[in-house]
Design a protein around this ligand. Structure first.
Ligand SMILES: [Ca+2]
Ligand SMILES: [Ca+2]
Length: 162
């Protein structure tokens, strides 16, 4: 099953219906070789510290300096986290950010994570309506989100996937 969608389709959806925040779902944005694919790969919303793991699903390193992620309430001050200058995710690699240590907003029982590149283009989004029993993780990496028992922050979800 191909879950990738072209960003132009997403833009049409935004113009049509109020944007991706209206749909609590999992979006993967892949729009060509010039647009590297970095996904939200794992999300812990409970217990604290919350964390968000990002995965470079391509065969080349990607410089994500200046990329940002937000929760479902990006207009509240402090709810946008900016990737530090010099942040590079190796091919097939991971980067993870923790509540308090890195970002200052928490993730709630009903919440979302949105990922944007430096141009402001949205690269991925994931929403949920209840905390995971364990943790939300894509199985396999960059695949579909599942509720799995064991967090694997900063490394492949493979060992946690059923
Ligand atoms: Ca949890
Ligand atoms: Ca992981």
């Amino acid at each position: 099953m191909n879950r990738a969608v072209d960003s132009r389709v997403l833009l049409a959806a935004i113009l049509c219906c109020g944007g991706p925040r209206t749909a609590l779902a999992d979006f993967v944005f892949a729009d060509g070789f010039e647009s590297p694919l970095v996904v939200i790969n794992e999300v812990e919303s409970n217990p604290s510290p919350d964390f968000v793991e990002f995965h470079n699903a391509t065969a080349d390193w990607i410089d994500v300096s200046g990329w940002t992620f937000t929760d479902a309430d990006p207009v509240t001050p402090g709810h946008v986290y900016t990737f530090a200058s010099g942040t590079i995710i190796p091919a097939g690699g991971f980067v993870v950010y923790y509540e308090t240590t890195d970002f200052t907003f928490g993730l709630g029982a009903t919440d979302e994570v949105h990922l944007y590149d430096t141009t402001g283009r949205q690269r991925d989004a994931f929403g949920w309506t209840a905390h995971a029993a364990g943790v939300f993780a894509r199985c396999p990496d960059a695949g579909a989100f599942r509720d799995v028992p064991t967090p694997t922050a900063g490394s492949s979800n493979a060992s946690a996937c059923p």
